[in-house]
Design a protein around this ligand. Structure first.
Ligand SMILES: [Zn+2]
Length: 266
């Protein structure tokens, strides 16, 4: 009797283990399948920096808010030639869609991050062009500002790899790698820290609101500074015609597609 009971118990234990194992395996494969299907489609939110209320840099006949919008549209158009990607923009017109109050720059930036959150973005890519405030005309070329390694270090890693992929394409259009004088590391991949802001873990925040608010939302965000309008060669050869903006937009899209391993639609 005792032996039979023991046998019964061990059989039941064995069965429970098999069931537990089976359940664990099916949960695991379900999770894997979910992960695979989630990976099937990448959501990219492109942010054309500035607008007619929150002006960017301007020099000679160059107006940054207009140039950034051109580049964003061309980038979206090119990226949509690939399968497995959905592209949104934080603005589609020259005007600010988030309230045309010149003192609302902070609110406007928060709204752009919210746009990415609502779209369930895998990444927020802000497209800009640069200006040297001292009119130092030797400053030229492209750089990408990425999240610093604090608080959510994985976002820094992703930003760095995506940024490098885009930078490689931009250099392919004839632009140089900018050695930013605020952060002269020679790579064109830079971080910039806030002087006072902290993340919840006490580490130093990223300087740019778009990057630090995206980081708080768990979204990698990078700022692509394509070229310098204060540099004559950059302005004339890369920032003067729609064709040149198209070339930059295609370079961005190709860099994004390469990073995510996207394939052109059949
Ligand atoms: Zn800008």
């Amino acid at each position: 009797m005792k032996g039979l009971l023991k046998k019964g118990i061990s059989l039941m234990l064995g069965l429970t283990m098999v069931v537990a194992l089976f359940t664990a395996t099916s949960f695991e494969s379900e999770a894997k399948a979910k992960k695979a299907s989630a990976k099937k489609n990448i959501v990219v939110v492109l942010d054309a920096g500035h607008d007619t209320t929150h002006l960017g840099c301007h020099y000679e006949n160059f107006e940054e808010g207009i140039a950034n919008l051109y580049i964003a549209y061309y980038c979206k158009q090119e990226l949509e030639k690939y399968a497995g990607v959905t592209v949104y923009m934080t603005r589609y017109t020259l005007e600010c869609p988030y309230g045309a109050d010149p003192n609302s720059a902070t609110k406007c930036l928060a709204a752009r991050v919210n746009c990415a959150k609502n779209a369930k973005a895998d990444v927020l890519i802000s497209l800009h062009n640069d200006y040297d405030p001292d009119l130092d005309k030797s400053q030229n070329g492209s750089k990408v500002i990425i999240p610093n390694p604090n608080y959510r270090p994985q976002l820094c890693v992703q930003g760095s790899q995506l940024g490098q992929s885009i930078l490689t394409q931009l250099v392919g259009t004839g632009l140089t790698v900018n050695n930013w004088k605020l952060c002269p590391n020679g790579t064109g991949i830079v971080t910039r820290d806030s002087t006072s802001g902290k993340y919840p873990d006490g580490s130093v925040k990223d300087y740019y609101a778009l990057i630090n608010q995206s980081k708080s939302a768990g979204i990698p965000c990078i700022i692509v500074e394509h070229a310098f309008c204060t540099n004559e060669s950059d302005r004339l050869n890369h920032l003067s015609t729609p064709e040149q903006y198209q070339q930059l937009g295609i370079a961005d899209a190709t860099g994004i597609a390469n990073y995510y391993g996207l394939k052109l639609k059949q």
